[in-house]
Design a protein around this ligand. Structure first.
Ligand code: BG6
Ligand code: MG
Length: 219
């Protein structure tokens, strides 16, 4: 019996995955590193500093910067990202999400956020959905990021549920792996190729209805 939904944020609830990409691309260009959308798939779901490390490694530049310089570079990216998220309003919920959240609430399901983003709480506020959620896992409290299951296990703890009573929703490969490792039913939003490890795949959020999710999870 499913009693809770645990959501990733970027790329599932709102299209901030695109803003992350644009901000990283702009930083990479300044460092003379080229990244494209295919490479960007690897950056989804992982932390800010891990993303920077992958970008530097992509161009064999991981040894060119001290830890301090890397923190400064990550801050530059985050400053640009924050400019993008200032524009977010409730209209920026991805298609189908508003209805899904309302239906889940009406049905009495618990809802928690399991996002690696430290900007999560601000984005939830701007989308005006924080009251629908029972809680947000603090990414700073984690010992290991996605694909480790910890963030989804903590999401279930917030809801007071066993992980087997929850569904996790993700758009990142690392995120789907984290949900599966938490022994939760995984819903993947995206291409078949990127989401092939998910228990149930939808091409985009339009297809995410509570009825269908519960039906699939109950099979
Ligand atoms: C995840 C995104 O949700 O959050 C990643 O998929 C991002 O792309 C990560 O790097 C950390 O986000 P932030 O906002 O703390 O830099
Ligand atoms: Mg995501």
């Amino acid at each position: 019996m499913i009693k809770g939904l645990i959501f990733d944020l970027d790329g599932v609830i709102t299209d901030t995955a695109e803003y992350h990409y644009l901000a990283w691309k702009s930083l990479a260009e300044k460092l003379d590193i080229e990244i494209d959308r295919e490479f960007n798939e690897q950056l989804k779901g992982i932390s800010r500093m891990e993303s920077l490390d992958l970008i530097l490694k992509h161009s064999n530049k991981e040894k060119d910067y001290t830890e301090e310089e890397k923190v400064e570079l990550a801050t530059q990216k985050n400053d640009e990202y924050k400019e993008y998220i200032k524009q977010i309003t409730p209209k920026d919920l991805l298609p189908g999400i508003d209805q899904l959240l309302k239906d889940a609430k009406a049905k009495g399901l618990g809802m928690a956020l399991a996002s690696a983003s430290k900007n999560g709480p601000e984005i939830m506020k701007r989308l005006e959905i924080e009251d629908l959620f029972d809680g947000i896992v603090d990414p700073a409290s984690l010992h290991a990021g996605k694909p480790d299951p910890e963030i989804f296990v903590k999401g279930a703890e917030i809801l007071g549920l066993d992980t087997s009573e929850c569904v996790g929703l993700e758009d990142a490969e690392a995120g789907v792996e984290a949900i599966n490792a938490a022994n939760m039913f995984s819903v993947g939003v995206g291409s078949e190729a990127a989401m092939h490890k998910a228990d149930y795949i939808v091409k985009d959020t339009n297809e995410l209805t509570l009825e269908k999710i519960l039906e699939e999870a109950g099979k």
